[in-house]
Write a protein that binds this ligand. Sequence first.
Ligand code: ARG
Length: 439
Amino acid sequence: MKKQKSGTSNTMWGGRFEDKPSDIMEQINASIGIDKRLWRQDIAGSMAHCEMLAAQGIIPKADAKKILKGLEQIEREIETGAFTFKRELEDIHMNVEARLKEIIGDAAGKLHTARSRNDQVATDFRLWVRDAIDELSLLICDLTDTLKDLAKKHKKDAMPGFTHLQAAQPVTLGMHLEAYVQMLERDLSRFSDCRARMNECPLGSAALAGTPYPIDRKATAKALGFDRPTASTMDGVSARDFAAEFLFACAQCGVHLSRLAEEIILWSTTQFGFVRLSDSWSTGSSIMPQKKNPDAAELIRGKTGRLHGNLINLLTVQKALPLAYNKDLQEDKEPVFDSFDTLSLGLQAMRGMLESASFNTARMLEAAEDGFTTATRLADWLVMELGIPFREAHHITGTIVKMAENKGCKLHELALSEMQGVEKRITQDIFRVLRVKKV
Ligand code: ARG
């Protein structure tokens, strides 16, 4: 590969370099395409750092003022789309700083005092993940609200409960949906645990060994809403377990959504007929005019693959990295951004789909009575009313089920005398438990 000879090596770190990086080197090295999403956090981090430097007398107040004004301008430029991101400036940190220099001149060079891109990026990334957790938490709450409303509405609507996907016992749709509420509430608490653990500020760790300037790490930590500075500078710049934890919380939440999606897919089949998705949350087939496909549910299920992949990706990136910062860590952002995007989309799609779906409760009730689902209740009746040991009650019930099966009828369609033929102490009261209606 041809080297590009020129005197214009990188102005941020190029002091000892004579040549520009080769084009492919620039390509593999640049992360701006991905990490520009950190711009808000990068500017917030720089502002806090700048204010602290001035307050500590490390840089003149007048320069700090210029820097802050310049950063505000950059913020507006990025917000309005007027900012040009440049690949040759590698990443978000150097893009912002280079622009700052264009705006305010040499004072810009003082912002990076007592700081390295290593603690800068670690700080930005924590800020970003923290915001992401807050956004996802709101979306999870929205979805649990929807599920809670539906569970309340269908509190008494019977449906078959399954084990092994075989009709097991009657449950209610309310009970079924409540299970998902619980899963999502655990997801919420997982995100909040992750947030509490990661809320420490790496700023001041500098490259890895801290810095000789009289910085005030507590001040920057506080200004950025962190609980405290990270305790170890070497860990501060190289730890990414917070991001892996975030990815696990996303993956697990995605698994919960995927399980619910799978049920919706099953329930919306003609065979089940439990739920009808609205037109706005399904698609048609280009060849089969009768079809209405649950694509949103399938995509929620399908996108779980990305969530899992992203977690494994970041775990693998971290594996065997010696302390402290290594450029491998630049690979940490893409999986995190992707999981955030994927999960927030999935949570919103699930909510929209559920809110507009209609449940066929009559069909569910009918299905709840298929497959002798009240057999366990019959056995429990024998135990509670007649004092028969459960194992024996189970056996008696099995015989009665077999009888109904041979006759091709439901349990409550058997005559009392037929059941008494199996256990003579059975009374009319048994019919109380054989129908599904009262769950
Ligand atoms: N873009 C880099 C990253 O995301 C910033 C830190 C670069 N540090 C360095 N020592 N080259 O990891």
